[in-house]
Design a protein around this ligand. Structure first.
Ligand code: FUL
Length: 597
């Protein structure tokens, strides 16, 4: 009689010990370095170069190297501010479109070595990479393939020059976590446009920095988010389709990604703390407000994207006091909001736990160990979990995380709060989650929450759930109103401005409609008139740099003042929201034409 008992016990213990397999990865998944990159969340971007000294957004490449002469250059100041701000890395414009190199690039004659700064012996990449190491930050470089200075640009030879440029920037300054390739491709000094050899550029980067994340519109490491406002889509997939015959790299697709993608190319949201990418004295009063920066934080980090905040050094070679103060305010606000997890002490229970295994229990979502997650049986793509709080708690932010090493899966979910009468009230309905999703809900006081996954491409795998109370960010009001001292508003429709009386004008400024409605004027002709009948040409082919991606006010200063009562702006090239070049018409989106007196 003893035998069956022993066999039964043996069988039971076998069941208890049997290992429940982890879910198989779904679709394309991130590499280990892409996961580490995503965990960085918040980095500093720095635009610095001749434009800092000229006020241009896109230098022509004809600027003299003598211009570059920061008086108090200190990369340790940059790194200490980035660190104190809570950022994890810094990406510097080693070479912007004007071709000027912030390091002594041996294949260029337009570098710091030709500048008076430190008698031509300075090297920004050396200083910054060392400062980053000292402060425990990652170091990254922006290197523009578009080069308006290099005489080889537009010929096959340029690709070799560019490879040597990459080798020199990536091979001499230690670890580089991100290589930023700007998508812009315009004309070089000889009027020619370059055919970029992307496979060659990529293999060069990987040869020198095997785990670098390569940024471009379509990665392969991470992708542009489709705007320069720091705004990822409310739906945001880290996957997209690349290298396909029929490419869709529209702004909408870049913003939202695409499920069923063939590559993991998570979104990076780049935005400047100021209206422009480069420092300008006149923009010291236009540094984005704390409210605006918090909005961006929620719309980037809170939407499965990285927040890359541009903080351009000034002509001293220092981060300006106004910017650093704002960064510290942001840091203090983020600390205040996110330091107390109001879900702490809660009990999390789910409708299903994978194979009934403790290893995959729902409570894992409260465990701060990144690799502990809740998983369900393979057959389930619709499933709920309940978070029971120790007592009634008040919050307005709900943070949920998917365990991305196994892919991004969830496509729709709702969140409900338990009401006093025992019924559930829906407080949010959203789509994707990804690495991190911070859902903004109205202030809610409850003792329990229920999250319902309504749609998922495979069984959901979640590793984080937290609740926060944000008393700082109260509205989505967008930043400081730009000041335009000395500007007089004139009629904006049609684009003939009647000032009302004859005046001496030193220039004019153009502001497109922020939403791009009606298209954006990229190039135009300006004529003036005293009587409205006879027009004289002031400037032909005026170009508004980078205005499509960053539709801010741009000033055009005339070579000599002109006498005029009327201004006529004739668009030559207008770009519509889709990126297509539109036909100039009176309907293009002029928000304002102002005068510089
Ligand atoms: C754009 C560039 O053209 C801008 O000047 C800036 O560098 C921005 C980050 O990327 O494509």
């Amino acid at each position: 009689m003893k035998k069956p008992v022993i066999i039964m016990l043996l069988a039971m213990s076998l069941v208890a010990c049997s290992v429940v397999d982890a879910p198989a990865p779904y679709g394309v998944t991130p590499s280990a370095s892409q996961v580490e990159w995503q965990k960085m969340e918040y980095n500093m971007f720095m635009h610095f170069g001749p434009n800092t000294f000229t006020g241009a957004e896109w230098g022509s490449g004809q600027e003299k190297a003598e211009l570059f002469n920061p008086t108090e250059m200190d990369c340790r100041q940059w790194a200490s501010i980035a660190k104190a701000a809570g950022m994890k890395g810094i990406i510097i414009t080693a070479k912007h479109h004007d071709g000027f190199c912030l390091w002594p690039n041996p294949v260029s004659r337009h570098t710091v070595a030709q500048s008076p700064w430190r008698d031509g012996k300075g090297d920004v990449l050396k200083d910054l990479s060392e400062a980053c190491r000292e402060y425990g930050l990652e170091f990254g470089v922006y290197i523009s393939p578009w080069d308006r200075n290099d005489p080889h640009y537009g010929t096959d030879e340029y690709n070799d020059v560019f490879v040597k440029t990459l080798e020199s920037a990536l091979g001499n300054y230690g670890h580089v976590f991100e290589q930023w390739f700007d998508g812009a491709c315009g004309e070089g000094p000889n009027g020619k446009v370059q055919v970029y050899d992307w496979p060659l550029y990529h293999s060069t980067v990987y040869k020198l920095q095997p785990d670098a994340i390569i940024f471009s519109d379509d990665g392969p490491g991470c992708r542009w988010v489709g705007n320069e406002k720091g705004q990822a889509g409310r739906t945001c997939w880290s996957t997209m389709k690349i290298n396909e015959d029929k490419k869709d790299y529209s702004r909408k697709m870049l913003n939202e990604g695409t499920p069923y993608g063939n590559a993991w190319v998570a979104a990076e949201s780049d935005v400047s703390i100021r209206p422009g990418w480069f420092w300008r004295e006149s923009e010291n009063s236009q540094v984005k407000s704390l409210q605006h920066l918090l909005k961006i934080y929620y719309e980037s980090v809170g939407r499965n994207s990285l927040f890359l905040l541009n903080v351009p050094p000034d002509t001293r070679g220092l981060i300006h006091e106004v910017d650093s103060l704002r960064l510290m305010e942001l840091r203090a606000a983020l600390d205040e909001i996110f330091s107390e997890d109001l879900a702490e002490g809660a009990v999390v229970e789910a409708d299903n736990v994978r194979g009934g295994a403790r290893r995959f229990r729902a409570q894992n979502m409260l465990d701060k160990d990144y690799d502990k997650y809740w998983a369900v049986d393979d057959s389930l793509t619709t499933v709920s979990f309940t978070v029971t709080l120790p007592e009634q708690r008040t919050f307005n932010r709900i943070q949920i995380q998917e365990y991305i090493p196994l892919g991004q899966r969830v496509a729709a979910f709702t969140i409900e709060a338990l009401k006093e009468d025992g019924s559930w009230e829906q407080i949010a309905r959203e789509t994707t989650i990804g690495y991190k999703r911070i859902v903004q809900v109205p202030e809610t006081t409850t003792s329990a929450l229920r999250v319902n996954i309504l749609e998922s491409f495979a069984c959901p795998v979640l590793n984080g759930f937290a609740l926060f109370m944000d008393n700082v960010y109260v509205s989505d009001e967008a930043g400081a109103t730009p000041e335009t001292p000395g500007l007089i508003k004139a009629a904006s429709e049609p684009v003939i401005a009647d000032i009302g009386e004859e005046m001496t004008l030193k220039g004019f400024a153009y502001t497109p409609k922020e939403n791009g409605e009606g298209g954006v004027i990229v190039t135009c002709r300006l004529e003036v008139s005293v009587d409205g009948n006879t027009w004289s040409l002031v400037k032909d082919d005026i170009m508004f740099d980078n205005i499509v991606n960053n539709p801010i006010t741009q000033k055009v200063v005339f070579e000599a003042p002109v006498q005029a009562r009327y201004l006529r702006v004739t668009p030559i090239r207008v770009e519509t929201g889709s990126g297509a070049v539109g036909v100039p018409s009176s309907t293009y989106g002029v928000a304002d034409i102002s005068l510089l007196l």
